[in-house]
Design a protein. Structure first.
Length: 160
């Protein structure tokens, strides 16, 4: 899988795991699980070719998706993906889920090729929920992306 194709997988979502402890003075986010459907907004997909010409470390992809929940528009997702490792095709990602009652901040990363000491990479990885605002202030947890009929479902699991 090339960096370019991984962006489409990312647009369909992608990468991380690990809960983050809420800040001591932040209100506890609710423990909740829900699913958001993510649809790529193609005009927002941009590739910035940094460093060596072609796919290489330092290249960036930015994109946005429309989020829906229970069949209704629920917000936007803003993705920034950076290629960081030419040898193992590593990426680092930041995602902002912009919802009516606050934001959920995600971090993720992954590799496309097997690296020493690590298991064979899967097609998708979880994102870590590293915080939020509004109803999601102090949130931790994970977001698991799942491909469903050409779109991405984001299975959100929050821990307060």
């Amino acid at each position: 899988m090339t960096i370019k194709s991984s962006v489409l997988a990312v647009a369909a979502a992608a990468a991380t795991a690990a809960a983050v402890l809420p800040m001591a003075d932040a209100p506890a986010a609710p423990n909740a699980s829900f699913t958001l459907r993510s649809k790529l907004d193609k005009p927002t997909l941009h590739r910035i070719d940094n460093g060596k010409r072609g796919d290489s470390g330092g290249d960036m992809f930015v994109l946005s998706t429309t989020l829906s929940r229970d069949g209704k528009v629920a917000g936007r997702a803003e993705y920034v993906q950076t290629a960081v490792d030419d040898r193992y095709r590593g990426i680092s990602m930041t995602v902002h889920l912009l919802l009516a009652d606050g934001t959920i901040e995600l971090q993720g990363g992954g590799i496309e090729r097997k690296a020493p000491g690590l298991p064979k990479p899967g097609s998708e990885s979880d994102f870590a929920v590293v915080g939020g605002t509004g109803a999601y202030a102090g949130a931790g947890g994970t977001v698991h992306p799942v491909d469903v009929k050409g779109q991405q479902e984001l299975q959100v699991h929050l821990e307060g």
